[in-house]
Design a protein around this ligand. Structure first.
Ligand code: ATP
Ligand code: MG
Ligand code: MG
Ligand code: MG
Length: 501
């Protein structure tokens, strides 16, 4: 069986063989793009090349791009641990044509890679095209022999891509892998895909940049159309290794085993076996022991995911802080620390798992080794800081939930949310997650009001002093450690700006 390392290498080599320049991943912290929270797709680093502003010495490129989708336009944080296919950090495999080849070649290259290089059986693959893109549908059918009933048409939401409100745009074509009927409830593949079920999993998205949009709806054809593709590495590995869930591939094995060793003497296979058995055995699935094991497995997956995001983000120069990018990092870390605390009160999962991750991935990502001690000490500091208040905060939340339940209420007040945030360091999304586990909701609007009031108060009492001192200090620190420094660009465009104090 191909290992994940084999698959990554075969992707790079295949496209190199097809005259693509292998370009390294860019940093997770975008260097010149204040509108982007973290790198979230392979095309980010080529944005200006697609726009014609930054010529390159090559017209074809292949990359393995580090991506984080935990905020901004793409936020998969809440999916992690609940779907088989989402991570906050993942690697995106991509091939690019800058005015070189177009649809025919892009489709040929992708299909050939999947079905010949990786030997994925054709009868497990389905494709989608944009509703009016007859050209792409025709190529899939005529050129590659994909049966018409395996080619689905979707609208703007799923199969049309835009760089922004104006700029290059065009139809896309996505490739789905069928993991089998046991993973879906809807028999019709088109409907199952449309519903976003986990049976048919999107592995590759081919974007055909064909138009330039000057204003909404006003499009002209690009003289030299381009191609941007993105394939989820972990999803591809899962398909090749015959695993439905990305977290069951060799990518996650060692870090999950490390975490597991802290709270169970059972093997990881034992937990996977329980999950598999639930598919066909409702009674077993309903048992309390089973539910507990599945909860533990899910927490372990969240920890494994977050440990990767945290380690790679710190390696690229992010530091936990109370605003902007640093706050997104802090939210991920605190979420992970709390999941770890639930699994065991004795151990610190995140730093131990990170050490295993660094050992495993540093061959391809040497920055993990270079920054190892910084990554681990940053994680340990944050663990120490949050563990001081986590238990007391949890107690307060538990009491509040008990009280609300006895009153038949189900919304946690802004006051409690703010107290947990301000005194105990609970990010709102963490409190919301903990509340949801008990079937309760949070009053987000009331929390925002409290935040606003606190901000005004802070402003008034800080008059004369620079409010940005803390932020500047953190950025200087981060620059000291990083080749690709976090620039202060103002975070107005970032989602988490609401949390700036
Ligand atoms: P999905 O619909 O499953 O959320 P997407 O359409 O949002 O995926 P794209 O923006 O098309 O994803 O990204 C290109 C590829 O990157 C996808 O085809 C998928 O294989 C992978 N991918 C996207 N988001 C994630 C994620 N959160 N975790 C792992 N892989 C991802
Ligand atoms: Mg998505
Ligand atoms: Mg999609
Ligand atoms: Mg997609």
């Amino acid at each position: 069986m191909m290992t994940s390392t084999d698959i990554r290498n075969s992707f790079i080599n295949y496209f190199k063989k097809n005259q693509h320049e292998h370009v390294p991943s860019s940093s997770l912290i975008p260097e010149n793009d204040p509108t982007l929270l973290f790198a979230n797709a392979g095309m980010n680093q080529f944005k200006n090349t697609f726009l014609g502003l930054e010529p390159r010495s090559y017209t074809r490129a292949v990359t393995v791009q580090k991506c984080v989708r935990a905020g901004g336009k793409h936020n998969d944080l809440d999916n992690v641990g609940f779907t088989a296919r989402h991570h906050t950090f993942f690697e995106m495999l991509g091939n690019f044509s800058f005015g070189d080849y177009f649809k025919k070649e892009a489709i040929r290259l992708a299909w050939n890679f999947l079905t010949n290089e990786l030997q994925i059986p054709k009868d497990k693959l389905y494709v989608t095209v944009f509703e009016t893109d007859d050209e792409a549908a025709e190529i899939w059918h005529q050129q590659e022999g994909v049966p018409k009933d395996r080619i689905f048409r979707f609208g703007e939401k799923d199969n049309f891509w835009r760089m922004g409100d104006v700029g290059p745009c065009g139809p896309c074509s996505e490739i789905f892998f069928d993991h089998g009927p046991q993973y879906g409830t809807i028999a019709d593949p088109y409907k199952s895909i449309a519903a976003g079920e986990d049976r048919y999993i999107e592995i590759w998205n081919l974007v055909f940049m064909q138009f330039y949009e000057e204003a909404p709806g006003k499009r002209t054809s690009l003289p030299k159309p381009s191609v941007d593709t993105g394939a989820g590495f972990e999803r591809l590995v899962a398909a090749v290794q015959g695993r439905h869930n990305n977290y069951k591939t060799d990518i996650f094995k060692a870090i999950m085993e490390k975490g597991l060793s802290f709270f169970s003497s059972q093997s990881l296979e034992y937990f996977h076996g329980i999950e598999d058995r639930c598919l066909g055995d409702k009674e077993f699935a309903g048992q309390a022991d089973t539910k507990q094991a599945l909860e533990q497995l899910s927490a372990l997956r969240v920890l494994a995911d977050h440990c990767r995001a945290v380690s790679f983000l710190i390696a690229d120069g992010a530091l936990p802080s109370n605003e902007g990018r640093g706050y997104v990092l802090r939210r991920i870390m605190r979420r992970a620390i709390r999941y770890g605390r639930k699994l065991s009160t004795q151990h610190s999962f995140l730093s131990a798992m990170s050490e295993v991750l660094i050992a495993q991935m540093s061959e391809f990502y040497p920055e993990l080794t270079t920054r190892k001690s910084h990554i681990l000490s940053t994680i340990r500091d944050e663990e120490a800081r949050f563990l001081q208040t986590l238990d007391n905060g949890t107690q307060i939340l538990t009491d509040e939930i008990k009280k609300l339940k006895s009153q038949n209420k189900n919304i946690i007040s802004g006051e409690t949310l703010f107290k947990l945030y301000d005194t105990y360091g609970f990010p709102l999304d963490l409190t919301a997650l903990m509340a949801a586990e008990e079937g309760l909701q949070v009053d987000e609007a009331a929390f925002e009001k409290q935040m606003q009031a606190a901000k005004e108060k802070a402003k008034a009492s800080w008059k004369g002093k620079s409010l940005q001192t803390d932020e500047k200090h953190l950025i200087e620190l981060s620059q000291k450690f990083s080749k690709t420094p976090t620039k202060f660009v103002g975070y107005d465009s970032l989602e988490s700006s609401a949390y700036v104090l």
